[in-house]
Ligand binder design. Structure first.
Ligand SMILES: NC(=O)c1ccc[n+]([C@@H]2O[C@H](COP(=O)([O-])OP(=O)(O)OC[C@H]3O[C@@H](n4cnc5c(N)ncnc54)[C@H](OP(=O)(O)O)[C@@H]3O)[C@@H](O)[C@H]2O)c1
Length: 245
């Protein structure tokens, strides 16, 4: 049996498309809270009966390590890849933000990746199997936008963590981030429905807004042997938004 790739956020948007793309090559562990939506993703995948679910709410960050370690052990899984696409996004200012909301964002966007990786590199169970890690970040840490401080901070944490882990886990495991700009997904629905926001952002997206397949194609490349010398890097997929004035 080939080693599995664990994908969080596989029930929607970017994570779903990465799952569909990677399913052509790997058996998958589809991570998410909503089994109905995970079923939809599985039905879209190649060889759908090869893929299994890890049904977990990542907001419960304290129990991720034990839960995932037991899941891997009980199912006798070898996990060769990890893609962290689960995430939440909100816009708010320092005056209005609530500490609970910042903590929830840090838990889902960043700390859950730490806890999952901690489980996947556990020596006795999986450490030798893990070859590729892709953390879905954002261009938010590279481009300031009012109200995005907390989201940008959670993604900046992911960027720094990826570089440090690339160093710590070499040469067995490669760790990279993909940093998308605006991609058409349910997360961006409200923003893109707001005419003023739509027009404002459209001006800086030299190649237009992205589609989930733009990120999935990058994930497919990074997961492959073609990227075997690449680690600790950030791959911006933003239609030119970070270089536009
Ligand atoms: N779309 C963009 O423009 C854009 C740009 C830059 C970066 N990103 C990043 O890309 C990643 C995917 O976003 P998306 O656009 O695909 O958004 P999406 O369609 O809203 O998908 C978000 C995914 O995260 C999962 N998730 C949220 N909270 C969770 C929790 N507590 N436990 C487990 N899973 C949880 C969701 O699962 P449920 O189905 O259970 O809710 C869903 O699968 C995120 O990390 C986001 O920050 C997106």
């Amino acid at each position: 049996m080939e080693n599995y790739v664990l994908i969080t956020g596989a029930s929607s948007g970017i994570g779903r498309d990465i799952a569909v793309t990677l399913s052509k090559t790997y058996p998958l562990i589809l991570g998410g809270r909503n089994v109905e939506r995970l079923e939809e993703t599985r039905a879209m995948c190649t060889d759908s009966d090869k893929h299994i679910f890890w049904n977990y709410d990542l907001a419960d960050v304290e129990n991720i390590y034990d839960n995932l370690t037991a899941f891997i052990k009980n199912n006798e899984l070898k996990v060769g890849g990890f893609v962290h696409s689960a995430g939440i996004w909100f816009v708010t200012t320092l005056n209005l933000v609530k500490l609970n909301d910042v903590q929830k964002m840090m838990n889902i966007n960043f700390l859950s990746a730490v806890e999952i990786l901690r489980s996947l590199v556990k020596r006795k169970t999986n450490a030798k199997n893990l070859k590729d890690v892709i953390l879905v970040s954002s261009i938010a840490p590279f481009k300031s936008a009012k109200g995005e401080a907390f989201y940008a901070a959670s993604k900046a944490a992911i960027n720094v963590f990826a570089r440090a882990m690339a160093d710590e886990l070499a040469p067995n495991t490669r760790v990279n981030t993909i940093n998308p700009g605006i991609i058409h997904t349910p997360m961006m629905d409200n923003l893109l429905r707001d005419n003023e926001q739509f027009e404002k952002h459209k001006r800086t997206y030299l190649l237009g807004f992205g589609e989930t397949e733009d990120v999935a194609n990058m994930a497919e490349f990074l997961m492959s042997d073609k990227a075997r010398r690449i680690t600790g890097q950030h791959f911006v997929v933003d239609g030119g938004a970070t270089i536009a004035i």
